[in-house]
Design a protein around this ligand. Structure first.
Ligand SMILES: Cc1cc2nc3c(=O)[nH]c(=O)nc-3n(C[C@H](O)[C@H](O)[C@H](O)COP(=O)(O)O)c2cc1C
Length: 234
């Protein structure tokens, strides 16, 4: 015997909602609610800009990739020059070449600076946050002004408006009032100002120890666990 068709209201599956029908006879759409447990991909935007300390950016990319984080990478024109001077490394402008210059670790997505339609230009793209590492005085000023003429500015603007962590690893010394005011403005907007000023109490004996001190703090500011540095217990 055939089963009678149900004529009552059908119950939606958990995590789904049903809509439509009333508006112009459009077909009903099934809306899926994203899991609230953060089960989606863990993504971080990393912008390397033209301050000294390209190695901070390189190490941040490597540490995030090693932690299984999807890294969305931007390299400014200034950073390309610094990379050449400091590391003898040519970083191509195109995304594929840029990824290769970083060793193409799993989960690395390189972006063209002028691709303003990229995923990371939208708040709808769910990222854990963004790091500008190292951050030049020039980029600091543009971010403080909310200028989003390239993808570094736009991604940072989006990160702030979505109230996600934006970590600024400024490398400059001494600081002018303009730097200080720009840092204050960004801190008021919710950014974390994390100057490239490593501590020495862990008794570093190599440059990498100093770099890792900053990168470990950076990961912590993004809410990521790290074993790069032992916790200081006094
Ligand atoms: C080798 C080298 C080192 C530099 N170091 C710094 C620095 O430590 N801090 C800084 O603010 N700018 C520094 N600059 C200058 C910036 O690269 C320059 O202002 C650039 O326009 C910044 O552009 P960007 O912010 O788009 O990367 C350096 C430039 C070079 C070539």
């Amino acid at each position: 015997m055939k089963k009678p068709r149900s004529v009552g209201r059908r119950r939606s599956a958990p995590g789904t909602a049903r809509s439509g029908g009333a508006l112009g006879g459009r077909p009903r759409k099934r809306l899926t609610t994203a899991p609230a447990d953060g089960a989606g991909p863990r993504r971080v935007v990393v912008a390397i800009t033209g301050a000294s300390g390209f190695t901070y950016g390189q190490r941040a990319v490597a540490a995030l990739a090693a932690a299984g984080v999807e890294v969305h990478l931007l390299v400014s024109e200034g950073a390309r020059q610094v990379a050449l001077r400091e590391a003898g490394l040519r970083v191509p402008r195109d995304a594929a070449g840029m990824a290769r210059a970083f060793g193409s670790p799993p989960g690395l997505v390189a972006h063209d600076l002028l691709d303003l339609g990229a995923s990371i230009a939208s708040g709808g793209f769910r990222a854990l946050g963004m790091a500008v590492v190292p951050c030049s005085g020039g980029t600091l000023g543009r971010l403080a002004a909310g200028s989003s003429e390239d993808l570094v500015g736009r991604a940072a603007e989006v990160t702030l408006k979505e109230k996600r962590p934006l970590v600024i690893v400024l490398r400059e010394t001494p600081l002018s009032l303009i730097h200080l005011e720009n840092m204050t403005r960004l801190a008021r907007a919710g950014a974390t100002i994390l100057p490239a000023a490593p501590g020495f109490y862990h008794r570093p004996t190599r440059v990498e120890h100093l770099v890792d001190f900053i990168v470990a703090r950076l990961l912590a500011a993004l809410g990521l666990e790290t074993s790069m540095l032992p916790e200081w217990t006094g």
